[in-house]
Design a protein around this ligand. Structure first.
Ligand SMILES: Nc1nc2c(ncn2[C@@H]2O[C@H](COP(=O)(O)OP(=O)(O)O)[C@@H](O)[C@H]2O)c(=O)[nH]1
Ligand SMILES: [Mg+2]
Length: 317
C-alpha cells in the first residue's frame, strides 16, 4: 500500500496539509522507491513546468543570526499572504554539537498557522553536499508552498552546496566577522545572490561591515549584488527590503535554466558518488556527460537523470 500518488496530487493542488506526510516519506529510508516516485511525479516534466515555489538558501556561520532572521522573514512573508516552508539543516540538532555553539535561537512561527511549516533535518549526505533528503524535500515542497527556505550552517562551501537546490542564495554575516569578505576576496566563495549583514541594531559596526562588503563586491565587479543590513530583534529593520531583494533576484532569473543546470550538476555528482571515476570514464568524461544531460534533460528529476547516465555508461562498456 503506497500513498505516494495521493501525496503528489495533493501537493500539486497546493494542499499544504499534505506536507508533513510528504516529509515523513522522504525521511524514511525504507521508502526510497516511493520517494523517487514522488519526485518523478512532481518533476517539471510531470507538472508541465517548474514547480512554482521560490527556493531560497540562507547560509552563514553559526551565531550569525540566521534563525532569528528567518523568524522575522517568515512573519513578513505570511503577512504578505505567502505560504512558507523552512528546512533547517542544523548541526545543533545532532546530539553533541549544540552546546558548543552557544545561545541559539529557534525559528519561531505560529503553530496554529497552516500556511507555514518548519522542519529541522540532520546535516550530511554525500561528501560536500546537502543531505539528499533535504534536496528532495525542497523540490517536493516547492510544488505546494510559495517560498521554501533551506537554512544551512557554514561559510565558504555551504553556499555552493545550497546553490545546487536554491534559486536564490543569501549569505548571512554578522558585523565584525570578516570571514565572508576574506572568502569572497580569495575566490573561495562565489559571490552570493544576496548578502545580509545581521544585527544592524548594533549600530556603527554593522554599517561598517556593510560598507566593507559593498566595496569588496565593487572591486570584484559585482556591484549589482544587493548587500542589506537587517535587525531581527524588535523593532526589526530591513526585513521588507530583504523580502523585496529576494523577490527581485528571482524575477531576474532564467528559472528553468538555473534549475535544469542544478539538476544536471546534482545528477552527475550522484552518479560519481555511486560509480566513481570508472563510471565517469565510461561516460566519456565530465563535459561529454554534461552535454548528454543537456540534450536529454527535459525537466526530468535527478534520479531519472542518474538512470539515464547509468544506461549510457552501461551501453558504452
Ligand atoms: N542584537 C541582535 N542580536 C541578534 C540578532 N539576530 C540574532 N541575534 C542573536 O544572535 C544569537 C544567534 O542568533 P541565531 O538566530 O541563533 O543565529 P544562527 O546560528 O545563525 O541561526 C542569538 O543570541 C540571537 O538572539 C539581531 O538582529 N540583533
Ligand atoms: Mg540557527
Amino acid at each position: 500500500m503506497t500513498d505516494e500518488p495521493a501525496l503528489a496530487a495533493r501537493l500539486r493542488d497546493r494542499d499544504l496539509a499534505a506536507a508533513p506526510a510528504a516529509l515523513n516519506l522522504i525521511e524514511n529510508r525504507t521508502r526510497a522507491a516511493e520517494t523517487a516516485e514522488l519526485l518523478r511525479d512532481l518533476s517539471p516534466a510531470a507538472l508541465g513546468g517548474e514547480p512554482p515555489g521560490h527556493v531560497v538558501g540562507v547560509t552563514g556561520p553559526p551565531g550569525a543570526g540566521k534563525s532569528s532572521l528567518l523568524s522575522a522573514l517568515v512573519r513578513a512573508w505570511r503577512q504578505a499572504g505567502r505560504t512558507v516552508a523552512v528546512l533547517a539543516v542544523d548541526p545543533s540538532s545532532k546530539r553533541s554539537g549544540g552546546s558548543l555553539l552557544g545561545d541559539r535561537a529557534r525559528i519561531e512561527s505560529d503553530p496554529a498557522d497552516p500556511g507555514v511549516i518548519v522542519r529541522s533535518t540532520a546535516a550530511g549526505g554525500r561528501l560536500g553536499g546537502l543531505a539528499p533528503a533535504t534536496r528532495a524535500a525542497a523540490q517536493t515542497l516547492s510544488a505546494a508552498f510559495d517560498v521554501v527556505v533551506i537554512e544551512t550552517v557554514g561559510v565558504g562551501q555551504s553556499e555552493t552546496e545550497v546553490a545546487e537546490v536554491a534559486d536564490t542564495v543569501a549569505v548571512i554575516v554578522q558585523p565584525g566577522s570578516g570571514d565572508a569578505l576574506q572568502f569572497i576576496k580569495a575566490g573561495i566563495m562565489e559571490v552570493p545572490d544576496v548578502l545580509v549583514v545581521t544585527k544592524a541594531d548594533l549600530g556603527d559596526v554593522a554599517l561598517r561591515a556593510r560598507r566593507d562588503l559593498v566595496s569588496a563586491l565593487r572591486s570584484l565587479g559585482a556591484r549589482d549584488t544587493p548587500v542589506l543590513a537587517v535587525s531581527s530583534v524588535a523593532p526589526t529593520t530591513g526585513i521588507d527590503e530583504l523580502v523585496a531583494a529576494l523577490a527581485a533576484h528571482r524575477e531576474g532569473l532564467d528559472l528553468p535554466e538555473r534549475r535544469a543546470e542544478a539538476r544536471r550538476t546534482s545528477a552527475l555528482a550522484d552518479f560519481v558518488a555511486e560509480h566513481g571515476e570508472r563510471g565517469m570514464r565510461a561516460l566519456g568524461g565530465r563535459r561529454t556527460a554534461l552535454r548528454f544531460l543537456d540534450e536529454h534533460e527535459a525537466g526530468l528529476d535527478v534520479a531519472t537523470l542518474v538512470e539515464r547516465l547509468e544506461q549510457r555508461a552501461g551501453a558504452a562498456q
